[in-house]
Design a binder for this molecule. Structure first.
Ligand code: COA
Length: 356
């Protein structure tokens, strides 16, 4: 059975830099608070009316495709991970296919909705298709445009300051090279905490889960209306209930535990220990989370790649952006052992181990 190798990588971040000081013009926050809690100094925001999630994805994908030595027409499967899609439906996979000018229809396009762990999930799905022999050139993309939908008032500050826009892409191909490629992955989920980091509206939930959990389910639904009218209500608009919300402390506490557990799982599966890792690329959720994990695993600064200081949390895009940056900086060399790990909304989490 062939393994999957990453044959090409690319990333794209929008030109517009938004500093913590820029955000202070919109909400009650400070550079000191943001840096101290998250390590973030600045992030990028997409160009309004031009740069959508699928457009950013296509920009990263073109670079990955070229570096893989293929043309867009040779891609036979697209996996697109995002929580900020252009449309409710169809997904960004088909929109990016069109943006890339891929007109053949002998291709599949799949959207993955696993938020911060979206790239690990997408990569793992792609890996299975390569191993099964079904596809030969799989384009895996993680991309987000958060800036179009966040709450820029003080009410949304605990979430808004953390997130940025960007995209990363890889091309997966089969390899028969002994010991090379994706060695193993582990995926996890726990729906108990679904609402702790979520954007629940607009949606078809009609308050069902909230009522079951004993939470406030009064979203201004018209009890007399027989059909429709549940996705968006005037109350949601008036009270800012169309934005993401997060229980930051619970996310932080759970993330640090699950990161370490899942990294150890993939390492043990292959008979390695943390000291064997040449480069660890954590999902860029918060610099403090990454530093905690680094310390617990006793990794040196040289073994870890962080870029959240410059881009914020770009959710499904953080790992492929960081990987592409590290590769461009010469930090990813032939034969290196790489570990990716992510945790996020769902809660979902996972890790992947790759011999480059
Ligand atoms: N600027 C200034 N003050 C802010 C703020 C901001 N951007 N956001 C929140 N605050 C305030 C709160 O209102 C609160 O004020 P109060 O004490 O008067 O009520 C105070 O800061 C502390 O808030 P709290 O939420 O307890 O802060 P925290 O120390 O837990 O840090 C996070 C908040 C979000 C940085 C932290 O919990 C975190 O990083 N969690 C993980 C989040 C994450 O990684 N999410 C990505 C998904 S993987």
């Amino acid at each position: 059975m062939p393994r999957s190798k990453i044959a090409g990588i690319g990333y794209y971040v929008p030109e517009k830099v938004v500093t913590n000081f820029d955000l202070m013009r919109y909400m009650d926050t400070s550079d000191e608070w943001i840096q101290e809690r998250s390590g973030i100094v600045e992030r990028r925001y997409a160009k309004r009316f031009e740069e959508t999630t699928s457009v950013l994805g296509a920009k990263a994908a073109r670079i990955a495709i070229e570096r893989a030595g293929i043309t867009p027409e040779e891609v036979d499967f697209i996996i697109f991970a995002t929580l900020s899609p252009d449309y409710f439906f169809p997904g960004c996979g088909v929109l990016m296919q069109r943006e890339l000018g891929i007109t053949k229809t002998e291709i599949g396009a799949l959207d993955v909705r696993n938020q911060c762990s979206g790239f690990i999930y997408a990569l793992t799905v792609g890996d299975q298709f390569i191993r099964s022999g079904m596809y030969k050139n799989i384009l895996v993309v993680g991309a987000e445009v958060h800036s179009m939908g966040l709450d820029f008032s003080t009410r949304g500050r605990n979430v808004t300051v953390l997130f940025g826009d960007g995209a990363g892409a890889v091309v997966l191909q089969p390899t028969e090279e002994e010991g090379k490629g994706i060695l193993t992955s582990r995926l996890h989920s726990d729906g108990t905490y679904a609402e702790e980091l979520a954007m629940i509206n607009p949606g078809a939930h009609s308050g069902y889960h909230l009522r079951k959990l004993g939470l406030d389910a009064d979203l201004g639904y018209d009890e007399n209306q027989e059909f429709g009218g549940l996705f968006v209500t005037q109350k949601m608009l008036d009270e800012g209930k169309l934005f993401p919300t997060m229980n930051g402390q619970l996310v932080f506490k759970t993330a640090v535990v699950k990161f370490i557990e899942v990294i150890n799982e993939v390492l043990q599966d292959q008979g390695y220990s943390p000291s064997d890792i040449d480069l660890f690329i954590p999902h860029q959720a918060n610099l403090r989370i990454s530093q905690f994990v680094q310390k617990k695993l006793r990794l040196s600064d040289d073994q870890v790649w962080n870029n959240i200081q410059r881009y914020g949390n770009t959710t499904a895009a953080t790992i492929p952006i960081a990987l592409a940056e590290a590769w461009e900086a010469g930090k990813v060399k032939e034969g290196d052992l790489l570990c990716f790990a992510a945790f996020g909304s769902g809660f979902t989490w996972g890790a992947t181990l790759i011999r480059w």
